[in-house]
Design a protein around this ligand. Sequence first.
Ligand SMILES: *Cc1c(COP(=O)(O)O)cnc(C)c1O
Length: 356
Amino acid sequence: MAHAYEVELAMKEVLHRGWYIKGQQVADFEKAFSSYCNTAYCVGVANGLDALILIFRAYLEMGVLKPGDEVLVQANTYIASILSITESGLVPVFVEPDPETFNLSYQSVKEAITPKSKAILAVHLYGKLSPMQDLVKLADENGLLLIEDCAQAHGAKDSIGMKAGSFGHAAGFSFYPGKNLGALGDAGAVTTNDANLAQLISTISNYGSKKKYFNLIKGVNSRLDELQAAILNVKLKYLDQENRRRREIASLYSDSIRNPKIKLPIWDQSLEDHVFHLYVVQVEDREDFIAYLDSQQIQSLIHYPVPFHHQEAYKEYKNLSLPITERIHQQVVSIPISPVLDDVDVMAIIHALNGY
Ligand SMILES: *Cc1c(COP(=O)(O)O)cnc(C)c1O
């Protein structure tokens, strides 16, 4: 593990202090991460799914959202984005992504807005920022909440330096171990500039109480703990450096993989709006490609093999036709992009892909 020694020291400190919930480490992390994202507030929570659910729950509690309101979301996202909507008693409206970016586009969202639409949940999928200026404009024009799912995009920023998590009314982050900023267990956070929202989420996530044993609302237990916060305080310092390395590897791939059978992701190397949580290529015959990668000892993964509307859990949507989403799910393959890969590893992968 990277930074193992420093992480170990931080964990020992928590152990020696003997204070595990709602202490200094969480307070320090919330301050550091809101400052990193350029937002006024950050509230640590138990995981990324809860971060999104708590945002919706708080807006329902405030009366800004009502059960049955529609939330626009890209259909090709990870299941957690969609679960956060349905779990909240809201109605997801599935928007086909832009096939070049995998994200929402101005046009696709505009066409999907109905009188019942109350929010957009924009997922910065694979680490690439959604077109936030367009989405902010659409949200403003149509009186919609704009919520960001930043679980894959810690540190992604646009051409004027605005960071993921600071564009919308609120944003949910996951610090699941495999994310760009990962804890050693489950962890998550909400960022926002709205003081009331931050306060309410903090209250809901702590049994609905601000003062111990005095409960204002029927809350839940979804807290970031001291141990994970201590680990995140160490790892946050290295996030930019690791994102830089991810982009460096992505540049090597994008400059040197030359194979008409492999479609590379489209991105602008002069920007930092993509932090490459995943480097996702597309191929026609995925089974054949993965068998080839296996034969070359190259690890690959599929994000994601089955779209939500073909999942047993969402069988009520099984008759939806989402051709772009379906094609993406059939063709995507993620190749290695860990910041710990060295150039020799990367060159070997490029060589193998060019030989396919
Ligand atoms: C990982 C992830 C989540 C959920 O995060 P957890 O911490 O695993 O609950 C939500 N949305 C997206 C896009 C993710 O990749």
